[in-house]
Design a protein around this ligand. Structure first.
Ligand code: ADP
Ligand code: MG
Length: 416
């Protein structure tokens, strides 16, 4: 482990490990498949980057998002670590060139989109080299019970089994319910005792539910107090993104907008403007955010109800990655439940999956109506019972005598 500590200091310039990192690194460097469950911003990347440096050979990192890969590769390259990515953005010359370098063992890290495992050239290339490890970033994508299932992730599994040089595997995620956790372990052959779960608590986040007031007025009042701070406002539809964005611009805020209906170029531009603090606010649908590592986001406002706690916590968790106090605010109105129900109803999911989605939606609605600590509610949802105290700063802790009966709509999601 001295070697790991040395790499941490020498390459990354950090004096000490974050919770859980050391344990994961220890398992992986001693060739034990491991699953790391750590909150967003918890430092999952180092859990495969340090073993990748400590072990001989090339590490393959499976990553669901192209933008995420590029950022990670740039970060490693700037530290002098040979790394590259292989995905659909490459021209065939670039692809061939990188395959050649890969086969020559030039890279310590190769980030690959899951679809690459369907390419015979790619598979033949990785078969022919010394692999240090395979990392599955955002590993919940492998499970159909995850909130972001990618069939291409799942289809890597049979390919792995055929690799003659299959190395140690490390899976990383911020969200794993019991079912997802079980799926990841089963598919990637990870023993129960090699799961490192640091708990989900994010102590610097204050959760708030706002009910009964005009959403528009709330947002304007809230922003007036903090005009220079960086924040994300999540909406549930493209149309709502446009409306809220227009409202903010009309009030003179530097706001960007992001949704899947915009061109790739517009989205990229919006994202960069936000990351580089040219725009302090981004109004977006849930198409925005995965893999965004912006540290100084001071608030995340949900203008409408998210579909489940997994999505909510992941989106809200983009606030405060730097550890500074930050707000996660959900603006609740009963009507929003109808939209989410509609989305489930219209989807092509099978009936049992729909029933599960309804249950998750119910838990999301209950969150908006609970009287107990919001942070505790979320942690319990993820089966994290490690915290003994309530957070003391969510809207329920601050308003502990605000007792309101569970409203009818809260109980009715499943029954109608
Ligand atoms: P995650 O993937 O879990 O969301 P990242 O791996 O992107 O988190 O890490 C989040 C931030 O924390 C990064 O800026 C990273 O450099 C920093 N970080 C990770 N580990 C440490 C550490 N041991 N000490 C200080 N900073 C760290
Ligand atoms: Mg990450």
């Amino acid at each position: 482990m001295e070697k790991a500590q040395h790499i941490l200091e020498e390459y990354f310039g950090f004096p000490s490990f974050r919770p859980g990192q050391q344990a994961v690194i220890e398992y992986v460097t001693s060739q034990k498949n491991a699953l790391a469950i750590m909150p967003t911003g918890g430092g999952k990347s180092l859990c495969y980057q340090i073993p990748g440096l400590a072990l001989e050979g090339t590490a393959i990192v499976v990553s669901p998002l192209i933008s995420l890969m590029k950022d990670q590769v740039d970060a490693l390259s700037s530290l002098g670590i040979p790394a590259t990515y292989i995905n659909s953005t490459l021209s065939s010359e670039e692809f061939q060139e990188r395959m050649q370098q890969l086969r020559a063992g030039r890279y310590k890290f190769v980030y690959a989109a899951p679809e690459r495992f369907e390419s015979p050239t790619f598979i033949e290339s990785i078969k022919s080299i010394n692999l240090s490890l395979i990392a599955f970033d955002e590993a919940h994508c492998i499970s159909q019970w995850g909130h972001d299932f990618r069939p291409s992730y799942r289809s890597i599994v049979p390919t792995l089994a055929k690799l003659p040089n299959l190395p140690v595997i490390v899976a990383l995620t911020a969200t794993a319910t019991d079912e997802v956790n079980y799926d990841i372990r089963r598919l990637l052959n990870i023993e129960d005792e090699h799961v490192i779960n640091t708990g989900f608590a994010r102590d610097n986040l204050s959760f708030h539910i706002v009910k009964g007031s005009s959403k528009r007025d709330f947002v304007l009042d809230y922003l007036k107090e903090r005009p220079a701070e960086s924040g994300i406002i999540y909406t549930s539809t493209r149309k709502q993104t446009d409306t809220v964005h227009q409202l903010l611009e009309s009030k003179g805020y530097a706001a960007a907008k992001y949704h899947a209906g915009l061109s790739e170029q517009d989205r990229k531009q919006a994202q960069n403007a936000f990351i580089q603090d040219e725009k302090t606010i981004i109004v977006a649908t849930n198409a925005f955010g995965m893999g965004i590592d912006k540290s100084n986001v001071r608030y995340v406002i949900h203008y409408a109800l998210p579909m489940n706690i997994e999505s909510y916590y992941q989106e809200a968790g983009r606030a405060g990655r730097d550890g500074e106090p930050s707000d996660c605010i959900l603006l609740f109105s009963g009507q929003d439940i109808q939209l989410q129900k509609f989305l489930i109803e219209q989807s092509l999911m099978e009936e049992d999956k729909k029933t599960k989605e309804y249950k998750k939606l119910q838990a999301m609605v209950n969150y908006c109506h609970t009287h107990s600590c919001l942070q505790t509610y979320i942690l319990h949802y993820f089966n994290d019972y490690s915290a003994v105290d309530d957070c003391g700063k969510c809207s329920n802790c601050l308003n502990s005598d605000n007792r309101e009966d569970m409203t009818r709509e809260a109980q009715m999601v499943l029954s109608c």
